[in-house]
Design a protein around this ligand. Structure first.
Ligand code: NAP
Length: 330
């Protein structure tokens, strides 16, 4: 049985898997969008829709705004599409330029300006959900509240959430915001499993090396904040052809090879592709996580959704977790 996910309360038609648009629009540069970039966006979205994915994740910065820009063509060719999908974008990251360093900016004016830019590029009147992309140390919750209120009143954003925030930051914002935070988008995958480790190693010396903040997952579950997992396919680390990460030491290398072998075995057992097992591992967690997939490979988009028709056994879930972490549980 696959768990219900919190966002269903607000968006009953939402797909469990999200398509992440970071790879659309071409390069991270100011070159103009090409016909090839437009074609890829068209094919990727068509494919996602054909396998039931109707939730799309953007950010103002993705490929310097070109991911949003290429997406707008779809609304031009199908006027009914906008109402059929859930459109999420993010703001707050500002890149370095000749004058300024790279920084985060959750000031009222910048949030509003960023959303207006996203709407213009996307060619839509509203975002279903806006996320603050990363926690700005200078953020003032009361000021963010004013920005959210204005955007909601003007019909530009319907719901709000955050990304990469821990429970203290969520609680701080919640105290001032006029609307509930609907989403927290975090990096979570079989490769980035510290969000599980923090619970399994509490009160054990293994937890000393962890950087994940303790109760974030529990806070989100208790407050019905939808967890969305970015990097869900672990960037192809376990399922890609080559193991090209030069930063891996010998022990990590061995873990990756062991995890690859186990994924292959489980893919055979459940009669799905290995990429689907990676997603099934996230789906099996009782928090009701929404995995975000960023692949632009059309057959991979299809094969990943096989995860929705299987449920990993408790034993297989643990086997993957323990193999990927490379050492036994306390
Ligand atoms: N909130 C945040 O801070 C944040 C940060 C990063 C990303 N995100 C969101 O999350 C989405 C997904 O993140 P992501 O793209 O970093 O992670 P991902 O989905 O784990 O990785 C996608 C990348 O891995 C490659 N890949 C996956 N499986 C592969 C395989 N079997 N063989 C070869 N290559 C494989 C893909 O290449 P192919 O295209 O060739 O398949 C693509 O380059 C993004 O699009 C974005 O929407 C959010």
């Amino acid at each position: 049985m696959q768990q219900k996910f919190p966002l269903k309360n607000k968006f009953p038609t939402s797909s469990r898997i999200i398509y992440g648009c970071m790879g659309l629009g071409g390069g991270w540069d100011n070159n103009p969008v090409t016909p090839e970039n437009l074609k890829l966006t068209h094919e990727v979205v068509e494919t996602a829709l054909s396998v039931g994915i109707n939730f799309f994740d953007h950010a103002d910065i993705y490929t310097f705004g070109k991911a949003e820009e290429t997406f707008s063509q779809l609304f031009k060719t199908d006027s009914t599409l906008r109402e059929k999908i859930i459109l999420q974008s993010k703001c707050c990251i500002r890149f370095a330029d000749d004058k300024e360093v790279g920084r985060y900016d959750a000031s009222k004016d910048y949030i509003i300006k960023s959303v207006e830019g996203s709407l213009k590029r996307l060619g839509t009147e509203y975002l279903d959900i806006l996320l603050l992309h990363r926690p700005d140390p200078l953020m003032e919750p009361d000021e963010i509240a004013l920005a959210f209120e204005k955007l909601k009143k003007e019909g530009k954003v319907q719901n709000f959430g955050v990304s990469n925030m821990h429970q203290g930051q969520l609680a701080l914002l919640t105290r001032s915001l006029p609307y509930p935070l609907l989403v927290n988008q975090l990096e979570m995958s079989l490769a980035k499993h510290d969000w599980v480790d923090i619970g399994t190693t509490f009160n054990d010396c293994q937890s000393r090396q962890l950087r994940f903040i303790g109760e974030t997952i529990e806070y989100c579950r208790m407050n019905e904040i939808q967890l969305q997992a970015w990097g869900a396919l672990a960037n192809g680390l376990y399922t890609g052809a080559a193991l090209c990460n030069e930063t891996l030491d010998e022990k990590d290398h061995e873990n990756v090879l062991n995890t690859k072998a186990l994924l292959t075995k489980l893919a055979e057992k459940y009669a799905v592709y290995a990429d689907a097992i990676l997603i099934a591992w996230l789906l099996r967690h009782p928090a009701g996580i929404q995995p975000i997939i960023g692949t632009t490979n059309l057959s991979r988009i299809k094969s990943v959704t096989q995860a929705l028709r299987i449920e990993l056994s408790r034993e297989d879930w643990y086997a993957l977790y323990v193999t990927a972490r490379g050492h036994r549980l306390p």
